[in-house]
Design a protein around this ligand. Structure first.
Ligand SMILES: NC(=O)c1ccc[n+]([C@@H]2O[C@H](COP(=O)([O-])OP(=O)(O)OC[C@H]3O[C@@H](n4cnc5c(N)ncnc54)[C@H](O)[C@@H]3O)[C@@H](O)[C@H]2O)c1
Length: 252
């Protein structure tokens, strides 16, 4: 296959965790990657890992809370590779845990800005780029997009919002050949949950593992595999779906 006919994907939050695992998996399938993140060292490292394995990748420093950054990200994908087929809008932050009355407006705003408005910002530019030839978008929600979690009001609100946004846009653009889905991971071993300096409450992690039918956390690769399926032809009739990948946490 000549290089120009290989698919092109944007992955936000690609410097680490689920984003990096997905970027590496897609690149291993022959997709050309545009890795986006606020974290420059990690983002460059992901792009380098892809190139070291024989793939094509570029890193674009992107703060998804800034619409102009998201516009530049999509423009770079088009300039560099000439097309955009896939987008995984995955950048996210957990926020400080506190009950709602004590949550704080700044904490609230940050979590909503990155996790919800960031997805909206990326999608607007991605959809415009995909309208002529179609494409597949996956947005990272969470099981907290389907369930409540004490201490996580903004995170739950943002992730519920991501699912609503996904469904609305899926209905709008199905006729343009753009499928739009969400992935809802449970507890995944990444910097967010188990990394140095993670602010994720540790007792909640253990409680999450205890609630899972498969009594462990997911690896980032296990979420990446679901995303890779959602952006592939194998899921050609799936759109507007919020696919849970949680080892059974929310089954009970
Ligand atoms: N780890 C879990 O248990 C879990 C569970 C459900 C959902 N999620 C979601 O999965 C996604 C990926 O998280 P992860 O677990 O891989 O964590 P992670 O911390 O390893 O990755 C998140 C990435 O997002 C980037 N990021 C943060 N703010 C950004 C911004 N403004 N612009 C661009 N990039 C930004 C970070 O730099 C980081 O590289 C997030 O949306 C998270 O909410 C994670």
């Amino acid at each position: 296959m000549d290089s120009g006919s290989r698919k092109v994907a944007i992955v936000t939050g690609g410097a680490s965790g689920i984003g990096r695992a997905t970027a590496l998996l897609l690149a291993g399938e022959g997709t050309r990657l545009v890795v986006a993140d606020v974290g420059e060292a990690g983002g460059e490292e992901t792009a380098n890992l892809i190139r070291a394995r024989g793939g094509e990748a570029v890193f674009v420093r992107t703060d998804v809370t800034k619409d102009s950054d998201c516009a530049a990200l999509v423009a770079t994908a088009l300039e560099r590779f000439g097309r955009l087929d896939i987008a995984f809008n995955n950048a996210g932050v957990i926020g400080y845990a506190a009950f709602t009355a004590d949550y704080g407006v700044e904490n609230w705003q940050r979590v909503i800005d990155v996790n919800l408005t960031g997805v909206f910002n990326c999608m607007t530019h991605e959809i415009r780029a995909m309208k002529a030839a179609g494409g597949a978008i996956v947005n990272t929600a969470s099981i907290m997009g389907k369930l409540g979690a004490p201490g996580g009001s903004a995170y739950c609100a943002a992730k519920h919002g991501v699912i609503g946004l996904t469904r609305a846009a899926a209905l709008e653009y199905g006729r343009d050949g753009i499928r739009i889905n969400a992935v809802c991971p449970g507890y995944v071993e990444t910097a967010m949950t188990v990394g140095d300096g993670s602010i994720f409450p540790k007792r909640k992690l253990q409680a999450g593992i205890d609630r899972a039918a498969i009594r462990r956390m997911a690896s980032p690769d296990e979420v990446a595999a679901a995303v890779a399926w959602l952006v592939s032809e194998k899921s050609a009739f799936v759109t507007g779906e919020a696919l849970t990948v949680d080892g059974g946490v929310s089954a009970g």
